[in-house]
Design a protein around this ligand. Sequence first.
Ligand SMILES: *[C@@H]1O[C@H](CO)[C@@H](O)[C@H](O)[C@H]1NC(C)=O
Ligand SMILES: *[C@@H]1O[C@H](CO)[C@@H](O)[C@H](O)[C@H]1NC(C)=O
Ligand SMILES: *[C@@H]1O[C@H](CO)[C@@H](O)[C@H](O)[C@H]1NC(C)=O
Ligand SMILES: *[C@@H]1O[C@H](CO)[C@@H](O)[C@H](O)[C@H]1NC(C)=O
Ligand SMILES: *[C@@H]1O[C@H](CO)[C@@H](O)[C@H](O)[C@H]1NC(C)=O
Length: 598
Amino acid sequence: MLKRIGLSKLYCLLFLILFKLYNVDANIAPYKNAVLLLGKNSLIFCAADDGGFEMRSYLNNICQTPNLDKLAKESLLFNNAYSSVSSCSPSRSSLLTGLPSHQNGMYGLHHGIHHFNSFKTVQSLPRILKRNNIRTGKKHVGPNSVYPFDFSQTEENNSILQVGRNITKIKLLVREFLSQNKTKPFFLYIAFHDPHRCGHTHPEYGNFCEKFGNGDIGMGTIPDWYPIYYQWEQVKVPYFVQNTEAARRDIAAQYTTISRLDQGVGLVLKELDDAGFKDNTLVIYTSDNGIPFPNGRTNLYEPGLAEPMMIRSPISNHRKNTVTHSLTSLLDIVPTLLDWFNIPYMDRFSFDANEVPPLTGKSLLPLLVQEPTENDTAVFASQTHHEVTMYYPMRAIRTKRFKLIHNINYKMPFPIDQDFYVSPTFQDILNRTKNKQHLPWYKTLESYYERPEWELYDLKYDPEEKNNIASKSSARKIFSDLQQRLLKWQEVTNDPWLCAPRGVLIETKSMICSPSSPPLLVPLIFHSSKVQTSRLKFEKRTRASCVGHLETSYVFFVSQVSVVLLMVIVNLLHLYQKNEAQQQTTKQHEQIRILKAA
Ligand SMILES: *[C@@H]1O[C@H](CO)[C@@H](O)[C@H](O)[C@H]1NC(C)=O
Ligand SMILES: *[C@@H]1O[C@H](CO)[C@@H](O)[C@H](O)[C@H]1NC(C)=O
Ligand SMILES: *[C@@H]1O[C@H](CO)[C@@H](O)[C@H](O)[C@H]1NC(C)=O
Ligand SMILES: *[C@@H]1O[C@H](CO)[C@@H](O)[C@H](O)[C@H]1NC(C)=O
Ligand SMILES: *[C@@H]1O[C@H](CO)[C@@H](O)[C@H](O)[C@H]1NC(C)=O
């Protein structure tokens, strides 16, 4: 059954995308910046899939990552890098477009039958590079017209394990690529699949595919890989994961694949050196979203958004073996690459400048020279779906000190994704909760599912985001400042969810909300009972193949008419007995709407 579910919902499948710059054609006058390309500025970009901070450079001295640590020494190491979304395809689409997922259209995972796609008019790195006479390849993000790569080795026509986890195979593909057209500048994008979970698709290889290619019977061999195994007693359990044997064993398996990823990075960098490109190649290493553990991937909490990142530049005055604390977003990658290649984001031939949304990110090249003076900078995040059923829109702003999260559909329980659901870590949380066993975790399952509309954390005193101060009167000013900035960003980035959950976007061009459209109570009752009928039928039909993770809360409620009414009453209470902060919030919403209407 796992296998069936897994194959129908394969995701996070971007592996190896190679593309090369053509010689600059003298006839393409507007691209005169491409002279720099002729200067063979080259770039390698490695992204780990669900990778985290499990390396010595980020103070984890159990997980062995000598190659990443060496790269970190030669790089500027980022201590405050954040993804703009905590889900694979959306994150990679925003990496390649510089636009948050709600703006580029990749609301959820690209793969599987529900494939989300970016909007047709969106500018992407491959598209821009192609306009500048670049030959490209594509994968994992779509549609093809938006991401027109033309040379690719990806999971679409290769085995996911071969192009994503077989580091020997990856090495050989990179070697093949680098041996071609040695006089042309290139952009090489390598997205490892390690350390993504694998228990839902290839359980025979272990929860993280940590046994794939380890030389045991039936596992095959990856000639370049020296597997490193970890004792579950020794792993470093992050504060956001429960400290139990089941979770520790899960982490130990994850470490093994991080060490494989690390060795893969070493092989790729060696290929680069051997081919003579080290001295003219910018190397960026980062990941797409947080690790697949509770509060990590699919969450906008720190473990879901914070990313490892390092940039190794061949330019002599660029900083190396240094740490930056500057707030950085993965939305900054596109501006950085365009800056590196000296290519404009828009040009006057291909697109109407009015149609192309401006980038909100910034080039990181200046940061490579000098640490900027901090100026109340902020990074933003926007999450809508992961899997198609996991509709849980959230928007967040994070400054150096504070984080504000808006859980737009906060009355729904937080959804759990499939590969995390079947993982030993989550099963352990479920089992212990159901059996009322001790759960050494900083949350309860219920508090994980049930989130308030607004969450505000003072990260200086509360880096683990345990103490929501959104309703504290002492935090009122910072709350409203952050809220205004968040709404402003949503407006600038054309967020269709700008007015949600209480308003309606009535004018999309100028982003105007309807001043008032609270949920109508009578239709709500009607709606609930209808939903209930269809749900009961659905449950009967599919009982055998569905697994529920909401044992503790809603399932019982919706199957009882009387309790449906009770929920309506609870809704009423919610509407009329809001705490101070929520009233404040509504007022501010109203003010903003009025301002806009005016
Ligand atoms: C996959 O497709 C690309 C073209 O889209 C091609 O260059 C590559 O050789 C193919 N790989 C395999 C293993 O068929
Ligand atoms: C290399 O250059 C040749 C000649 O310009 C071209 O035909 C070929 O397609 C190029 N190969 C790649 C991989 O760019
Ligand atoms: C990994 O790739 C190499 C080279 O293609 C191959 O020889 C080896 O069998 C592969 N390993 C596995 C486990 O598939
Ligand atoms: C701080 O940021 C604001 C707006 O982002 C900008 O107008 C101002 O010039 C910046 N100040 C400094 C000192 O960089
Ligand atoms: C959870 O409980 C189920 C059913 O009792 C059991 O099969 C499974 O091994 C348990 N998993 C963990 C991680 O505790």
